[in-house]
Design a protein around this ligand. Structure first.
Ligand code: FE2
Length: 164
């Protein structure tokens, strides 16, 4: 694997988030089936469909760059998935699992936001407007999802944790 130039780094990061999006799509499906909140389950399913489309947008980005994705894992997403599995193996109560799942989904979104912000910046600095635009489309979807999840988490925390 060639990692000599800044462009190689962009390709590496793009490849890692490409692997990440595929893992996230699987994870969202799994988590949507686990949570004890219809509104959250619906939100996760909607974002699962969006995530599959994001992987297609990334396909377009690789094509545009004339490259194929490097074979790299997305360590952060793999770790969040592992953390979720370890937690659920303890058979948490439904509400506790739902709160944990929401926190996990937010970790995923904020990781994605940080990743795409860095990638958009690099694409712009390279003068590649088309790449920057495609990545910005994904970034905005992640930001919108994070906002929805934050509102959902705040409502749930209020319901469960605030003193009566
Ligand atoms: Fe995503």
């Amino acid at each position: 694997m060639r990692l000599k130039e800044p462009r190689d780094l962009l390709l590496y990061e793009l490849s890692a988030i490409y692997a990440g999006e595929k893992a996230i799509a699987d994870m969202l499906k799994e988590v949507a089936g686990d949570v004890d909140d219809d509104n959250l389950a619906k939100m996760l399913k909607t974002h699962q469909r969006e995530t599959k489309d994001q992987a297609k947008i990334l396909d377009t980005c690789f094509k545009h760059l004339g490259e194929t994705p490097m074979d790299v894992p997305c360590g952060v997403i793999d770790a969040i998935r592992q953390e979720y599995r370890e937690f659920t193996a303890n058979k948490p109560a439904p509400q506790v699992l739902t709160m944990f799942a929401l926190g996990g989904a937010l970790k995923v979104e904020h990781f994605e936001i940080a990743t795409y912000r860095g990638l958009v910046d690099k694409a712009m600095m390279m003068g590649d407007t088309e790449l920057a635009q495609n990545l910005t489309t994904i970034l905005h979807q992640e930001e919108e999802t994070a906002g929805k999840l934050e509102r959902c988490a705040s409502e749930l925390d209020h319901k469960v944790l605030a003193p009566a």
